[in-house]
Design a protein around this ligand. Structure first.
Ligand SMILES: C[S@@+](CC[C@H](N)C(=O)[O-])C[C@H]1O[C@@H](n2cnc3c(N)ncnc32)[C@H](O)[C@@H]1O
Length: 426
């Protein structure tokens, strides 16, 4: 699969890795250019460059890493013609289906060929993948890619409706993988294609639970066992260096200071209120005395015109109150959130020595968007024909023996064990 030479040659498929989100496959074609937001490149400039090199653009706008394709990179870079399988599912399916060098495998449908590339590498030149696709244009495109990627000896791609017409091999393969809208219609055909002289496996990949239920029924009816459904979820982490977290002693000091400031503010407000009340009472008394002098009647029930607080005092009180709130609020947040305090303010903590930069610590965080689950995976096992026959006989013996003394348990178990031990299970 793909070139194994050290340097890129005309006609090679390479992967241009620009960022984690921009990964582009290129078929090196002299005379062609590549224009991206990270610059302008000529394919001919890439010929003779060792795989793994960092290539700078002609117009100085950026660079990319020139990588040799692998099935993993191909899955990230391939042109999507359908939904595809991603690495978490591919790895899990391959492990569960027990694929290895020399395995013989069926997949349907081929789709964009994401799964096919991984299987082809796993089974290698001594194994084989029969891949089926009923959409003609997709089948041709995938065939073209398989040829260009040097997979012709490993993969046979057939344009075919497998639900209607079945597969092209019988009693041959070790495993079947179905990524179809109606896998239950292909399960009988899959059973025909699986070899009967050893344990074989099947996996059906379906996005909806209703599809899973129909698939499980069909698997049961066809005599598969160990039917199990999984969902794979992926949580990649990105590792970053950040300033250290604020030590707990500093956080505690900040909390204490914040509480002390709040208490100070409360006492100041009480004192201000008292002073204001005294000022108003004094002024009222002065006014009453003056009015008495003038013979003017003063309301004494408190409903009279209230003494306005001088505007400059009111403004000052308000400012003090809101400033106090804002200061205290900010301090509370900083104190209660060590990470925020660490990133928003210079950190003075045990790890900082005078005149030196705070040491960095390494943290990992998860990505916001993850390509993990796309479907449910229903797995099942088909036991060798001989084992199934014996199991069926053993069951009928048990059933027919209901009215007679049951056979010794060892008989049934030893029969099963004898047959199983004579069967190669890998
Ligand atoms: C989701 S895609 C497969 C993606 C593939 N597993 C990958 O990783 O790239 C499903 C494919 O199955 C094909 N398909 C659907 N029904 C089919 C059938 N009865 N026989 C063959 N192919 C079929 C569709 O045309 C489609 O390309």
């Amino acid at each position: 699969m793909w070139s194994t030479a050290r340097e890129v040659a005309a006609g090679d498929v390479v992967i241009a890795w620009m960022t984690r989100d921009i990964i582009q496959p290129l078929l090196i074609t002299p005379g062609k250019d590549l224009n991206t937001k990270y610059g302008y490149y000529r394919h001919s400039d890439l010929i003779g460059v060792p795989y793994g090199s960092k290539v700078r653009s002609r117009n100085g706008k950026g660079f990319f890493h020139l990588l040799r394709p692998t099935p993993e990179l191909w899955t990230l870079a391939l042109p999507h013609r359908t939904q595809i399988l991603y690495l978490a599912d591919i790895a899990f399916v391959e492990a569960w289906l027990d694929l290895k060098p020399g395995s013989k495998v069926i997949e349907a449908g081929t789709g964009s060929g994401s799964f096919s590339h991984s299987v082809a590498r796993t089974v290698g030149p001594t194994g084989h993948l029969w891949s089926y696709e009923f959409h003609e244009a997709r089948a041709s495109k995938a065939r073209e890619e398989f040829t260009r990627h040097g997979m012709d000896d490993i993969v046979t791609l057939t344009h075919r409706n497998v639900c209607k017409d079945g597969f092209t091999v019988t009693d041959t393969v070790d495993a079947v993988f179905l990524d179809l809208p109606a896998p239950w219609d292909a399960i009988g055909h899959a059973k025909n294609a699986l070899r009967k002289d050893r344990i074989t496996r099947i996996c059906c990949f379906s996005p909806c639970m209703e599809q899973v239920l129909r698939t499980v029924s069909a698997l049961n009816e066809a005599g598969f066992t160990e039917i199990t459904m999984y969902e794979t979820l992926l949580r990649p982490h990105q590792v970053e260096s950040t300033p250290p977290l604020t030590p707990i002693s500093v956080v505690s000091d900040r909390l204490k200071q914040s509480e002390a400031r709040r208490e100070e503010k409360r006492l100041r407000q009480i004192a201000n209120a008292r002073a204001g009340a005294e000022r108003r009472a004094k002024r009222k008394a002065e006014e009453e005395a003056a009015n008495e002098k003038d013979g003017k009647r003063i309301k004494s029930d408190g409903e009279g015109e209230s003494d306005p607080v001088p505007p400059e005092v009111q403004a000052q009180d308000e400012r003090a109150a809101t400033d106090g709130m804002r200061l205290d609020g900010a301090a509370d947040v900083a104190a209660a959130s060590p990470i925020r305090a660490a990133s928003s303010a210079p950190v003075e903590d045990a790890t900082t020595t005078e005149g030196s930069e705070p040491q960095k610590i390494t943290l990992s965080k998860t990505f916001a968007e993850v390509r993990g689950h796309t479907s449910y995976l229903t797995f099942a096992v088909l036991l060798p024909a001989a084992v199934r026959e014996v199991a069926a006989t053993a069951t009928s013996v048990t059933v027919s023996a209901e009215s007679t003394p049951p056979p010794p348990p060892a008989t049934k178990e030893s029969k099963m064990t004898d047959v199983q031990s004579g069967v190669e299970s890998t």
